[in-house]
Design a protein around this ligand. Structure first.
Ligand code: GDP
Length: 327
């Protein structure tokens, strides 16, 4: 495969080349990994940056409906939109919460939109790792907005937040005064909370839910990387299209503010460093599991630990010296 040519065509915005590049990046074959790495270096020369938007919400809150409406609005404004998914269920079971049904039908037909389901990998870490690379491919292909969608389960939200410039939490109106069990940790990483379904009979409930979250957000520690009135809670209706433009304006206000105050670059630099460290960690783990010799040493030491012959820490120490070849 001619990687230079592929890189050039990706940067030319050729959709088929982008799809091919993504398939390459998602492959776990050793030779493909090596090519994907070179490809990543080549496309980095484009120097393009998209707005990376993370979007999380539990199944049923209206993520597909929102992305369809929001994406179409962006396309109408002349922007190119890529939609990626990080699906924790595909990592565990090979099944999928996000990907199976036909989603975002109208958006997927637009030439200016590119929609890619979650890669199936055995580990969420693997999915996140590939998705990061796909984000950079989409940026090189001149997409203006890259939306990374995930379901509100476990680690996937944090992972998506760590590859996004802005992280959005989509919620449904909730009766009563419970805050839908949204974990404090998620509130802390959210830049905007969007209460969806603010239409028809649900509208008053949505307004109340929004006020509750606005109140809860005010109680959180103020973050230096935010202007005074962020993080923010707002109502939207994906079905009626209400609030989408205001939400987009707010996202840009926040993004611009962070650019002007140096937080944008700092966040990306920090994310790049974490990505690098994660790659090293994953590479070390792969070295462990790919080598029959290392697996059998793990087994041997594991049995000795289980048999009470060796302390876990001592066994780990021995294993690590084997791995680095200094014993
Ligand atoms: P996802 O599982 O998060 O992707 O949610 P979907 O987009 O599939 O939407 C789940 C259900 O909520 C569907 O029946 C949608 O029609 C409905 N829904 C989505 N957005 C809205 C909205 O803005 N208002 C109302 N009333 N219903 C909505």
């Amino acid at each position: 495969m001619d990687i230079d040519d592929l890189a050039r065509r990706v940067m030319n915005g050729e959709r088929r080349a982008l799809a091919r590049a993504i398939t390459l990046v998602e492959s776990s074959r050793e030779d493909h990994r090596a090519q994907a790495t070179i490809l990543g270096e080549r496309v980095a020369s484009s120097g393009r940056q998209a707005l990376r938007l993370g979007l999380s919400g539990t199944p049923g809150v209206g993520k597909s409906t929102f992305i369809e409406a929001f994406g179409l609005m962006l396309v109408e404004r002349g922007l190119k939109v890529a939609v990626l998914a990080v699906d924790p269920s595909s990592a565990r079971s090979g099944g999928s919460i996000l990907g199976d049904k036909t989603r975002m039908e109208e958006l997927s037909r637009k030439r200016e939109a590119f929609i890619r389901p979650s890669p199936s990998q055995s580990q969420l870490g693997g999915v996140a790792r590939r998705t990061r690379e796909v984000v950079t491919l989409c940026e090189a292909a001149a997409y203006d907005v890259v939306l990374i969608e995930t379901v509100g389960v476990g680690q996937s939200e944090t992972m998506v937040a760590e590859m996004s410039d802005l992280f959005l939490l989509l919620l449904a109106p909730a009766g009563g005064d419970e805050l839908q069990g949204v974990k404090r940790g998620i509130m802390e990483i959210a830049d905007m909370i969007l209460i969806n379904k603010a239409d028809g009979e649900l509208k008053p409930v949505a307004n109340r839910t929004c006020a509750d979250y606005a109140g809860a957000l005010r109680l959180l520690r103020k973050r230096p990387e935010d202007p005074a009135d962020f993080p923010k809670a707002m109502t939207v209706s994906a079905v009626e299209g209400n609030g989408l433009e205001v939400a987009w304006d707010e996202m840009n206000t926040l993004a611009d503010w962070r650019r002007e105050h140096g937080y944008w670059d700092a966040r990306r630099a920090n994310q790049a460093r974490k990505w690098f460290e994660e790659e090293v960690r994953m590479g070390l783990l792969a070295r462990l599991s790919n080598s029959a010799e290392m697996r059998s040493q793990m087994d041997r030491l594991g049995s000795r630990v289980a048999g009470g012959e060796l302390a876990p820490a001592a066994a780990a120490h021995e294993m690590l010296s084997l791995l680095s070849g200094d014993s």
